[in-house]
Write a protein that binds this ligand. Structure first.
Ligand code: 13P
Ligand code: SF4
Length: 304
């Protein structure tokens, strides 16, 4: 039955000229029918180059907004209207405009997990895979990094030549992981390497064998000679890896590492989107879009 719906989605998307993007945190059956699956950075780059007139973004709202900012002439559909990212909503533009007065002369570097309105008042966006590279490459020495304190701390450590100021924000899923979770997982799986996302706290990442974005973690696990891995990011990644690498063993760091927003979209939601009766079409006012575009284009320019 699932296979029938998948076949119908594939048929309809070709017939209607629809391009389906899926973040890697999406369910396996959605990744299987997507034209491209990847982390936030790869999705932004693909969204820009897709030739189709309609894009369905299977992910959360800021990802669909990023597509629309890059491709205003396209119809961009978010796969589920309620799929937001709590981190993206944490800081309002008004709050950051106040902070800019306090941090005069600082470049505002915003994680791509932000609203379009926040991107519009930022100097450059970054993703988890490009944050270090971009902060190193940008000419400004003083950086106000928003909203993720943990990713910002990771950047601060890896780009010591820059003066990085942080505010108090982050991903409620990744930041909820504790050092005890890591120690318990390592005790249960003593031979496993620990691969972790930089959205986790420093007391968690300090135990890592590898720290990187979703795509970085997947690449590392695929290419490693080792056979066992504890996956310190959203639990679906352990499932995808288990399917990709059947000869290896993947363990979740915690049963709680589940992003409910990423799990909202089901295969039938995607089916309804291709039929034109589901999801939400993204609209962004033109002034906000143009301002936000500058910071995303800079991200792609510095990110390479
Ligand atoms: P990346 O896709 O950059 O790894 O970010 C993870 C995430 O939390 C997306 O919402
Ligand atoms: Fe947002 Fe965290 Fe979910 Fe990513 S995993 S969408 S940062 S809440």
């Amino acid at each position: 039955m699932l296979r029938d719906i998948q076949d119908e989605i594939i048929r309809l998307k070709k017939e209607k000229g629809i391009y389906i993007l899926a973040h890697s945190y999406m369910r396996e059956e959605i990744c299987e029918i997507a034209d491209f699956t990847g982390d936030s950075y790869a999705l932004s780059v693909k969204a820009k180059s897709a030739e189709e007139d309609t894009i369905i973004m299977c992910g959360v709202r800021f990802m669909a907004e990023t597509c629309k900012i890059l491709s205003p002439q396209k119809k961009v559909i978010l796969s589920h209207p309620m799929a937001g990212c709590p981190m993206a909503e944490q800081m309002s533009p008004e709050y950051i405009l106040e902070k800019k007065k306090e941090y005069l002369g600082y470049a505002v570097v915003s994680y791509v997990n932000t609203t379009a309105a926040l991107k519009a008042i930022s100097d450059v966006c970054v993703t988890s895979s490009s944050a270090v590279k971009i902060c190193r490459a940008m000419p400004e020495k003083n950086i106000l990094f928003i909203p993720d304190t943990n990713l910002g701390t990771y950047v601060k450590e890896h780009v010591p030549e820059k003066n990085v100021a942080l505010l108090n924000g982050g991903c409620p899923i990744h930041a909820a992981m504790t050092e005890k979770d890591v120690l318990d997982a390592k005790t249960a799986h003593p031979d496993a390497l620990f691969l972790v996302h930089p959205e986790c706290r420093p007391e968690v990442t300090k135990h890592a064998d590898y720290i990187g974005s979703t795509a970085g973690i997947m690449k590392y696990a695929e290419e490693s000679d080792k056979k066992e891995f504890i996956i310190g990011t959203e639990n679906t990644i352990a499932e995808h890896l288990q399917i990709m690498c059947p000869g290896k063993k993947f363990y979740v760091l915690s049963k709680d590492m589940v992003c409910r927003n990423m799990k909202l979209t089901t295969l039938t939601d995607v089916y309804n989107c291709v039929l034109g009766r589901g999801g939400e079409e993204i609209e962004i006012d033109e002034d906000t879009r143009r301002a936000a575009l500058k910071s995303i284009e800079k991200m792609i320019e510095y990110g390479g």
